[in-house]
Design a protein around this ligand. Structure first.
Ligand SMILES: Cc1ncc(COP(=O)(O)O)c(C=O)c1O
Length: 398
């Protein structure tokens, strides 16, 4: 799963080049930087890799989401549809803009259920933010169709899905904007980092300004630049970009190893346990294969499987139903509206009471799902031994 497992000379070389110039900022210092601008180089590499016109680096996936929402003009009281199964950054970013997070059921793809999305649309709905969870595809074409029919903006959260595709198109590049995370445990890492990508020149221009206090970035004198709108400081350090640049050079290798390991494990599990079900994946070839997700017949069996795998020494098994980060059930801070600051009145009035709203379809799916992280550091022998141990553990619960 994480690119940090394969740090080597490439990352050190890129970082050293930055340190040799001493310029850690992406803007200005043109004479001193001697042509070295790792941030610009990484943005170009992301565009080339994903086949997208623009990429704007941000300090995290969370700030990428905040940037995309701001660029889309999302503000106080606008409703933004998001899934029940995601990372807390989904609702944090929506609330940060003063908007209302509207949580919607997922289906057996572990991503937004388009039928439930359609039902959740109101006159206040402004955007849909599907999440390509665990490296595989949300129903992006159906969701784009809904957006077209209702005049909504689609922001893809592809934070966990760098390199994944659907019918040959990179996830993150299909909606109006896409967001990526390059935090420490993602497919490729900048240590901390993220990106907003888009094919829309106007969104790109706004993102370019928003991450730097609204600067217009015209000319080469920062002091003389004007500010057509208010922004933030969501700039990245050249050191983070240097690491990201080395990592993106390894993306194909990462994806091919993950896919190879996942296929081996999945084939072996299918052969040994014909009754075992898997997450529905819309395009197996395009899965970035950072996780293998299985579906047990019941919550009890899923809990037993976690224990059995742990007894076999298998770590990296996520039962999101009992996890505090990724599923509505244990987002107590959202349920209690535990913000440090006062939420806008529209949010206080119109945000559903998540302490009481129920999501039976999501509960059923997530309670039975286990996602197993695929590591890059495993040797072929490790993969084989792990798979055998997993089969022993799972056999004990059927
Ligand atoms: C689906 C999803 N969205 C957003 C984020 C936020 O990314 P970051 O940790 O870079 O802020 C994450 C991080 O785990 C994530 O998994």
């Amino acid at each position: 799963m994480p690119g940090y497992e394969i740090f080597d000379e490439a990352e050190r070389r890129e970082v050293l080049q930055v340190m040799e110039t001493g310029i850690l900022m992406r803007y200005g210092f043109d004479a001193q930087r001697k042509g070295v601008n790792k941030t610009l180089a990484l943005e170009k590499a992301i565009c080339d890799k994903l086949g997208v016109a623009h990429a704007q680096l941000t300090p995290s996936g969370t700030t990428a989401l905040c940037t995309a929402l701001a660029v889309a003009g999302i503000g106080a009281g606008d409703e933004v549809i998001m899934p029940t199964f995601t990372f807390v950054a989904s609702f944090e970013s929506i609330l940060a803009l003063g908007a209302v997070p509207v949580l919607v059921e997922i289906d057996d793809t572990l991503t937004l259920d388009p039928a439930a999305v359609e039902k959740a649309i109101t006159p206040h709905t402004k955007a849909i933010v599907p999440v390509h969870m665990c490296g595989a595809q949300a129903h992006i074409d159906e969701l784009m169709d809904i957006c077209r029919r209702h005049n909504l903006i689609l922001i893809e959260d592809a934070c966990q899905a760098m390199g994944a595709t659907i019918a040959g198109r990179h996830l993150g590049t299909i909606g109006h904007m896409g967001c990526f995370s390059y935090d420490f445990v993602k497919t490729i890492t900048m240590g901390e980092g993220g990106a907003v990508v888009t094919n829309d020149d106007e969104y790109a221009r706004k993102a370019d300004g928003y991450i730097d206090h609204g600067h217009d970035h015209i000319g080469n004198d920062r002091g003389a630049e004007t500010h057509p709108f208010l922004g933030m400081n969501y700039r990245v350090s050249e050191l983070s970009s240097a690491i990201g640049l080395a990592q993106i050079g390894k993306l194909d290798k990462i994806l091919s190893r993950q896919r190879e390991v996942k296929k081996y494990m999945k084939d072996a599990l299918k052969a040994a346990l014909p009754e075992l079900k898997f997450r529905r994946i819309l395009d197996e070839e395009g899965d970035n294969a950072s996780f293998l997700s299985i579906s047990l017949p019941s919550l009890e069996q899923a809990e037993k499987a976690v224990k059995a795998m742990s007894s076999e020494g298998i770590g990296g098994v996520f039962h999101y139903y009992n996890n505090n980060w990724h599923y509505i059930r244990r987002w107590f801070h959202l349920k209690e509206r535990a913000t440090l600051y006062r939420l806008p009145q529209e949010v206080l009035d119109r945000m559903p009471d998540y302490a009481t709203v129920e999501f039976p379809q999501s509960d059923d799916i997530i309670s039975r799902n286990l996602s197993i992280a695929i590591n890059l550091s495993w040797s072929d022998e490790d993969v084989k031994a792990r798979t055998e141990a997993m089969i022993r553990a799972l056999k004990s619960v059927f």
